[in-house]
Design a protein around this ligand. Structure first.
Ligand code: PMP
Length: 405
C-alpha cells in the first residue's frame, strides 16, 4: 500500500486565503482590510527608519559573524526585552526572578510557554487553558499541539460591541483554583476591545483570590496607544500584585520585523532560585525544538533597545504607526456618523484600540463588502485599521454604509 494515502487535504488558512483572493482581484479600488500587518498611507509595508539605521550599523560591524547564538538567545536582547515589557525599574527584573528566552517571534513564545506549562504546570484536574472568546485563532492549535485542551471564557459582547466584563469575571470566579487564563496584554486580537485600568484591577483581584495563572500574550506593545509603557500597564500591574505569570512578547508589529521572527518568553517565578531552575528547563526544551534562535533580528532589536538615541527614534516610529491608525479610526468614525449618517452607533470604532476593529458587521454584510465593493475582511467583521488610508477611507465608509442600510 502507498504511504500518505490516509492524509486528508487540509483547508487553506483563512487569512492567507483572503489575501490570495485580494491579490487576484483586478478591481482598481480594491481594499485589503484582512491583513494583520502595518501599511503606510499608500498601502505599502513600512520599514521603520530606526530599523534601517540599525541594519546599516550591523552591516558595517566587522566584529559580527554567523556563529550560533546561545540556546536561550542573545543575552543583551532578552534582558532588554524583559525590561521593555516589565518596566525599566521592575522589581522582578532587579530581583533576578525573570526567566527570559529568545523565541521565534510571538508564535514561538506562545508555543514554548504552552510546552513548558504542559510539562511542568501543576494543573488542577484537567490539562486546560482558558482562552478569550474570541481570540487569535492560532492559540487553539498552539495549545492542542502540546496536549493542552483550549476552553473558552466570555470576553466580547456583540450587543455592546465591547467587553463582556461580567462574563469574564464570572468565569474567573467559577473556574477551578489555579486555572490558567490566556490574556491579551493590550490591543486584543481580533476585537480591539481591552479592559479599562479599573476593570484590570478587578480582574487581577479575582485572579489573586483564585490563585489562577496568567498567560499574557503581548504582540502589540506600543502599537495600541503609541506609548510602550501605557500598553504594558496590565502586565506590570499583575507583577506588582505578586501574581504568578508569564509573558509572550513579539517585535513583529511594533518594530515592523514580521519576517525576522524576533520574540521572547518571560516567566516570572517568585524568586531568583526558582527562576534559575525554570530557565534551565526552558533551555532543555528549546534545544530539542530549534537548538538556537536566529541572530539577525535579535541583534537589530538589541541595538535599538540598548542605545538611548536609537530607542528614542524607535518610540517616534511607533508613534507614527499608532498615530496613523488612530487618525484612521477618527476619520472612519467621522465619515460614518457626520457625513453619511449611517444607521447604528459607531463609537466602538473610537473606543477599540490597536491594529484591529470589530465593526459589528455580520457575516452576510462582510461577504457583501467583499463581493460588491472589493473590500476584503474576515467573516467576523474584523477590519485591520492599517489597511485604511487617506485615499480609501471615504470609499470604505460609503461601502459600509451601503451594506448596513
Ligand atoms: N499573539 C497575537 C494575539 C497575535 O495577534 C499575533 C500575530 N498575529 C501573535 C501572537 C504572533 O505573531 P508573531 O509570531 O508574528 O510574532
Amino acid at each position: 500500500a502507498e504511504i500518505w494515502q490516509e492524509v486528508p487535504l487540509a483547508p487553506p488558512d483563512s487569512i492567507f486565503k483572503l489575501t490570495a483572493a485580494y491579490k487576484e482581484d483586478k478591481f482598481k479600488d480594491k481594499v485589503n482590510l484582512g491583513v494583520g500587518a502595518y501599511r503606510d498611507d499608500n498601502s505599502k509595508p513600512w520599514v521603520l527608519p530606526v530599523v534601517k539605521k540599525a541594519t546599516s550599523i550591523l552591516l558595517n560591524d566587522e566584529t559580527l559573524d554567523h556563529e550560533y547564538l546561545p540556546i536561550t538567545g542573545l543575552a543583551e536582547y532578552t534582558s532588554a526585552a524583559a525590561k521593555l515589557i516589565l518596566g525599566a525599574d521592575s522589581p522582578a527584573v532587579k530581583a533576578g526572578r525573570v526567566s527570559s528566552v529568545q523565541t521565534i517571534s510571538g508564535t514561538g513564545a506562545n508555543h514554548l510557554g504552552a510546552l513548558f506549562l504542559s510539562r511542568f504546570y501543576q494543573f488542577n484536574g484537567k490539562k486546560q487553558v482558558f482562552l478569550s472568546n474570541p481570540t487569535w485563532i492560532n492559540h487553539y492549535a498552539i495549545l492542542r499541539n502540546v496536549g493542552i485542551e483550549p476552553v473558552e471564557y466570555p470576553y466580547y459582547d456583540p450587543k455592546t460591541i465591547g467587553l463582556d466584563f461580567e462574563g469574564f469575571i464570572n468565569s474567573l470566579k467559577s473556574a477551578p483554583e489555579r486555572s490558567v487564563f490566556l490574556i491579551h496584554a493590550c490591543a486584543h486580537n481580533p476585537t480591539g476591545v481591552d479592559p479599562t485600568q479599573e476593570q484590570w484591577k478587578a480582574i487581577a483581584e479575582v485572579i489573586k483570590e483564585k490563585k489562577h495563572y496568567s498567560f499574557f500574550d503581548s504582540a502589540y506593545q506600543g502599537f495600541a496607544s503609541g506609548d510602550l509603557d501605557k500598553d504594558a500597564w496590565a502586565v506590570r500591574y499583575f507583577v506588582e500584585q505578586g501574581l504568578p505569570l508569564l509573558v509572550c512578547q513579539s517585535f513583529a508589529k511594533n518594530a515592523g520585523l514580521y519576517g525576522e521572527r524576533v520574540g521572547a518568553l518571560h516567566i516570572v517565578p517568585p524568586d531568583a532560585e526558582t527562576a534559575n531552575r525554570v530557565k534551565s528547563q526552558l533551555s532543555v526544551l528549546q534545544r530539542s525544538e530549534i537548538s538556537n534562535p536566529p541572530a539577525h533580528g535579535a541583534r537589530l532589536v538589541s541595538l535599538i533597545l540598548n542605545d538611548a538615541g536609537l530607542f528614542e527614534e524607535w518610540k517616534r516610529d511607533i508613534r507614527t504607526m499608532a498615530g496613523r491608525i488612530i487618525d484612521m479610526r477618527n476619520e472612519l468614525h467621522r465619515q460614518l456618523t457626520e457625513v453619511l449618517h449611517t444607521p447604528g452607533s459607531w463609537d466602538h470604532i473610537l473606543q477599540q484600540i490597536g491594529m484591529f476593529s470589530f465593526t459589528g458587521l455580520n457575516p452576510a454584510q462582510s461577504q457583501k463588502l467583499i463581493d460588491e465593493a472589493h473590500i476584503y475582511l474576515t467573516q467576523n467583521g474584523r477590519i485591520s485599521m492599517a489597511g485604511l488610508n487617506s485615499h480609501n477611507v471615504e470609499y470604505v465608509a460609503r461601502s459600509i454604509d451601503g451594506v448596513v442600510r
